[in-house]
Write a protein that binds this ligand. Structure first.
Ligand code: AHR
Length: 498
């Protein structure tokens, strides 16, 4: 298998927001996750210092909050000010302490030096409520909501630039689900009111890979949209927690390209491809386990719909399948970074996030290390990289065999240092694979790999099996214009040429 890389052919720069995250009021993502005022590991504002440190290490660029399904019946006004009352979250059918609201979210983003991205309530909410939220966050002093923010102790505006109109309002599971035309009208009115409040906002709206929905949405307010949002979870374990085996997870690795191509095609057909970018603002190999909540059967007891969510905390279910899939996903985004400008790993902490918290510390799951490698080792500029003689990988898809490329590579340059970095992913479950990278090789070559002892390897409390290691033995041969490598089975490697 050969990959030809042309350092002189720069394709495009990637937006750092491709490495974004998503934080929802679900299970232990907020309370007991990033925000745990009662913890001895919390700072003066109640945030877990170990979680903050881990998020800083992967240079978290943007966080989307507060949902997700949660937001579609969330009243933001009850989540600010000194007199917070617990609220019943009708989406996830639990009481939300309501001690984490807009101002706490902004504090979190300031501590991480990252962009806040607020998803508004387009379920039970109105255009007025959405634009009131923008008043609260972004107006200096005008009007009751800016004055409310100042009275709450925040003299300066929060300057929230990124806003979404709604979350998955196309889905029957969403509170306040909408029809196509109804959605177009609400999006048109909401974007209009929001931009009457703050015309500098960068707006997106809930969408999916569906022509009717997207054409109707874009016809109604494309002029006020900078993004179109799509979500994807491939292994739909929401109701069963029946994890797809490694091979089936690999069968999904070509689907990201298909989804992007279809949305890109529509934007191009409507002449919007240079003005509206794609925000993949919820993605993960596997869905979150929350049985008997969105389905026809709503669950009658907490044993049926609430307590099973704790199974999301089973760290042994976060394996090299998650890491290898996520690296393939990020490679696809990098190749399409001319039109994909944001992506948010769903979620950031606990549930199926890269960081797991427990009272005494955190576990860095396999996907966390993929972000660490891509953020800290890959460059910001995509180089032309074309594959030759790539071995097909016949994988057991959901409905029969699916053939995908055995190895996936993406090549970058760091525009500051000139260093070249190539992410090389070997998808095979058991076999190492040899590849040749054809490019000028001048300088020091290092290989960092995420391997694991098996495809099912994972990290847990007191078990740190999977983390990036220096893997110089991967280099079999090096000439002035070629690197021959041996990629371990089920592995993610970044080859750096300084
Ligand atoms: O399973 C979690 C849900 O997935 C999020 O709340 C929603 O946005 C998506 O459907």
């Amino acid at each position: 298998m050969r990959f030809h890389i042309s350092p002189e052919r720069e394709l495009h720069k990637r937006d750092p927001m491709l490495y974004g995250h998503f934080l929802e009021h679900f299970h232990r993502q907020v309370y007991g996750g990033v925000f745990d005022p009662g913890s001895p590991l919390a700072d003066e504002d109640g945030f877990r210092k170990d979680v903050l440190e881990a998020l800083r290490k992967i240079q978290t660029p943007i966080i989307r909050w507060p949902g997700g399904c949660f937001v579609s019946s969330y009243n933001w006004k009850k989540g600010v000010g000194p007199n917070r009352q617990p609220v019943f979250d009708k989406a996830w059918r639990v009481e939300d302490p309501n001690t984490f609201g807009t101002d706490e979210f902004i504090k979190l983003c300031r501590k991480l030096n990252c962009e806040p991205y607020i998803c508004t309530n387009a379920g039970t909410g109105t255009a007025e409520e959405m634009s009131d939220w923008v008043e609260y966050c972004n107006l200096e002093t005008e009007g009751e909501y800016a004055r409310m923010r100042i009275a709450n102790g925040f003299r300066e505006p929060h300057k929230v630039r990124y806003w979404s109109i709604g979350n998955e309002n196309y889905g029957h599971w969403e509170i306040g689900a909408k029809g196509t035309l109804e959605w177009a009208r609400l999006a048109a009115e909401s974007t209009k009111m929001i931009q009457h409040v703050d015309p500098t906002t960068s707006l997106t709206a809930a969408a999916l890979v569906d022509l009717d929905w997207n054409i109707s949405l874009l016809r109604s307010c494309a002029q006020r949209l900078d993004w179109i949002s799509i979500h994807a979870y491939w292994d739909a374990i929401h109701h069963t927690n029946d994890l797809a085996p490694y091979g089936r997870c690999m069968s999904y690795t070509a689907e990201t390209e298909t989804a992007i191509r279809r949305v890109r095609g529509l934007l191009t057909a409507m002449g919007l491809e240079n003005r509206i970018r794609i925000a993949f603002d919820e993605w993960n190999l596997r869905g979150w386990y929350h049985p008997n909540i969105h389905t026809a059967y709503q669950g009658r007891t907490k044993e049926e719909y609430l307590y099973p969510r704790d199974d999301n905390d089973r760290n042994s279910s976060y394996t090299m399948a998650d890491a290898v899939f996520s690296a393939c996903f990020l490679n696809t985004l990098l190749r399409n970074a001319d039109i994909v400008g944001m992506a948010n790993f769903a979620p950031m902490v606990n549930t199926r996030g890269g960081i797991f918290t427990y009272p005494e510390g955190i576990v860095l799951r396999t996907t966390y290390h993929v972000f660490d490698m891509y953020v800290n080792l890959m460059g910001d500029t995509l180089l032309d990289c074309w594959a030759q003689d790539v071995e097909p990988y016949v994988t057991p898809g959901l409905e029969g065999e699916v053939v995908v490329d055995m190895v996936d590579c993406a090549a970058t340059r760091d525009s500051r240092t000139g260093a070249i970095a190539i992410a090389c992913v070997n998808k095979h479950e058991t076999d190492a694979k040899e590849i040749a990278l054809h490019l000028p090789v001048r300088g020091c070559v290092t290989v960092t790999s995420l391997i694991g002892e098996s495809a099912d390897d994972y990290n847990d409390i007191g078990r740190d099996h999977v983390h990036p290691v220096c893997n110089s033995s991967a280099i079999i041969e090096q000439t002035d214009d070629m690197l021959r490598l041996r990629l371990p089975a089920h592995s993610v490697s970044v080859v750096q040429i300084q």
